[in-house]
Design a protein. Structure first.
Length: 191
């Protein structure tokens, strides 16, 4: 029996959504680990040596992304192979061999037309799926770029705020030192 197209679409949607969420989580892990690495590097005020590796979470996130991409490519390849086999089986099942050559020719033509129609529909369906996939990929990349720009702006503003705080504290300290020196000079204490 063939399942309904609505169920197939819903099932594909669930699979695509799960894959997307897995990739999104992996990207979040990568962002978190890179931010942690940048923060620790800034706090230590030293360049990482050649001995230090990327954080383990970063490697794990990259592995997850690679596994998702490879799995998706393999599923697509298997679906293409299964679709081709199904088309061949439907053509063969549509043919009922008879002893009358005219009858056989008509049945072959009908089976051929059915196969051509189903092949045309599968090509259209594949094209629509690829367009949707490209659109989702573009949208995901665009959102990621916006998040990346926002993260850079936030980091820049935090650095600016910290630098201003350091400057203000040094400025207050310099004013206090100058006040003590001026008082000492005014009281007649000379170095």
């Amino acid at each position: 029996k063939r399942s309904s197209p609505m169920f197939e679409r819903y099932f594909r949607y669930i699979i695509e959504r799960r894959s997307f969420l897995r990739k999104k989580r992996a990207v979040s892990v990568i962002q978190r680990s890179v931010r942690l690495w940048i923060t620790s590097r800034c706090n230590l005020k030293c360049i990482p040596s050649a001995e230090s590796d990327y954080p383990q979470k970063f490697v794990f996130a990259v592995t997850i992304i690679q596994a998702c991409i490879r799995g998706r490519a393999e599923r697509r390849r298997c679906a293409d192979i299964a679709g081709q086999q199904q088309n061949h089986l439907s053509v063969i099942a549509g043919m009922e061999f008879s002893k009358d050559p005219v009858d056989a020719a008509v049945k072959i033509q009908l089976a051929w037309r059915r196969w051509k129609k189903s092949n045309f529909m599968s090509v259209q369906h594949t094209a629509a799926t690829r367009i949707q996939s490209s659109w989702r990929g573009w949208l995901t990349r665009k959102n990621f770029q916006h998040q990346q720009v926002a993260a850079v702006k936030i980091q820049s503003r935090v650095r600016t705020f910290l630098c201003q705080q350091y400057f203000n504290s040094y400025n207050v300290a310099a004013v206090a030192i100058q006040r003590h020196i001026r008082r000492a000079i005014s009281e007649g204490e000379v170095f």
